[in-house]
Ligand binder design. Structure first.
Ligand SMILES: [Fe+2]
Length: 451
């Protein structure tokens, strides 16, 4: 038998066959798609809803909008383009590191009309820069990286704005078709991932961010991982069995958090006489048993896993289950292969406003047979957020490095609210273990020593 670990390789660069013109076109389309989403999210509500703070956890939507423009101006217009600033006077207002979210409503922000005009002007200038910028010569311009970074930044704020919509009270403002139901036959509960090394991270994905780099070999012991994310139906069993009241399932920090905030169910759930209901973007509905659970903290995920006799996967286990092809020793760009996500592969891009049923994306399964790793819900892992061996901050320390440490847990795979531009097999997200307003769920794992 061939030992594939002798020739671990990484999927080739996504842009290897693109000419300069195709790269510019690709970047322009990605930027345009992001803007279409930002516009939908901000046009969906009245101006007073744009300037209001719907939760202390979130910025007013109008802050996100102008901040998107401000970052685009800084990186594309001024840095790559070398052009004069449009609005140097507002740099400070939209610097996320200077003003915590809770304080943002009291700042002298641009109003809705002004913010819309500003982002439009910046975008026109950014397109002028894109037409002429060299696509090589510096890491920022190589393969249009800065344009990819700004696209991802806007899409990340679009997901943040979607979370603000979820926290907003009032009539539904967003509409989308229901996600697909299960389309695969009965799936095994777990998949065995055999012991062995694989190549984690990337050194060639052109728009990968600093924390995804470089590719490096890691050894992983044999483990079982759930075939799909944990569903509402399974989670309800934990709830109904008194899981939130039994200290033994919770870590010290988790129990302290659960008791201090009197948490007894996923966020946005409530108990009615006839069962569990939830509010989803202003719509009241019965909790759908077949969909992955969403709006649970790391602590809740960890408690569920303990109750189920399992644990959360480490980040490297998650990535191996997602990317490793045991037949070739290669780490794929996505679970299903190297091609960009389509509607058949994954529930992404706010095409639907909820996770899809477990088993809804058979075409998106990984080589090892694990389903729905990309899309539907971000998945909590047990890992703290750290740089990979050989990490180099780029283009600035505040992108990732300042968040490294035990305070943040890594989430993987993206949610229904994440655009394809802002997730891939190597993409890493991080957040505090108490966070519940994000579109996060989880799946479980367990050791398979001796297998
Ligand atoms: Fe930002």
């Amino acid at each position: 038998m061939i030992d594939v670990t002798d020739f671990l390789t990484e999927a080739p660069s996504a842009f290897r066959e693109k000419t300069g013109e195709q790269l510019r076109e690709h970047a322009a389309q990605a930027l345009t798609r992001a803007r279409r989403r930002s516009t939908t999210l901000t046009d969906a509500v009245a101006d007073e809803d744009l300037v209001r703070q719907h939760s202390k956890l979130m910025s007013p939507l109008v802050w996100d909008l102008a901040h998107i423009g401000s970052q685009e101006e800084l990186w594309l217009v001024r840095d790559v383009g070398g052009r004069e600033p449009l609005r140097p006077d507002i740099d400070d207002l939209y610097d996320a590191f200077r003003h915590p979210r809770a304080d943002r409503p009291s700042l002298p922000l641009l109003g809705p009309a002004e913010a819309r005009r500003y982002v439009g002007e910046v975008r026109a200038k950014a397109f002028e820069v894109l037409e002429r910028a060299p696509l090589e010569g510096s890491r920022l311009t190589e393969a249009a990286f800065a344009f990819g970074m700004i696209t991802q930044h806007e899409q990340q704020h679009d997901e943040t704005m979607l979370a603000t919509h979820q926290l907003r009270k009032g009539e539904p403002a967003l509409h989308a078709p229901a996600p697909p139901g299960a389309r695969s036959g009965p799936l095994p509960a777990e998949v065995l991932v055999p012991a062995g090394s694989f190549l984690m991270g990337t050194s060639v994905e052109p728009w990968a961010l600093d924390n995804e780099r470089p590719a490096h070999e890691v050894g992983v012991g044999a483990f079982f991982i759930d075939t799909t994310p944990v569903t509402n139906g399974a989670y309800t069993e934990f709830l109904e069995s008194g899981g939130y009241d039994q200290r033994r399932w919770w870590s010290d920090a988790g129990w302290e958090y659960r008791t201090a905030h009197d948490i007894g169910a996923p966020r946005f759930w409530r108990r009615e006489a006839d069962g569990w209901w939830r509010t989803r973007f202003g719509v009241d509905e019965r909790v759908p048993a077949e969909q992955p659970v969403v709006h649970v903290s790391f602590h809740e995920a960890e408690a569920y896993a303990a109750w189920a006799g399992k644990r959360l996967p480490t980040e490297r286990e998650w990535e191996k289950a997602a990317r490793f092809d045991p037949a070739t020793g290669r780490s794929r760009r996505y679970p299903w292969g190297d091609e960009e996500p389509t509607a058949e592969h994954a529930n992404l891009g706010q095409a639907h406003l909820s996770p899809a049923a477990a088993g809804a994306y058979p075409a998106g399964a990984s080589a090892l047979g694990v389903h729905q790793l990309i899309g539907d819900v971000w998945e909590w892992t047990s890992s703290d957020f750290h740089g990979y061996p050989g990490f180099v901050a780029f283009p600035y320390r505040e992108y990732s490095e300042v968040f490294f440490g035990p305070e943040y847990k890594v989430l993987r795979g993206g949610s229904f609210g994440t655009d394809a531009a802002a997730v891939r097999g190597t993409f890493r997200n991080w957040d505090y273990p108490i966070r519940r307003q994000i579109f996060a769920g989880f799946r479980c794992a367990r050791d398979a020593s001796g297998v």
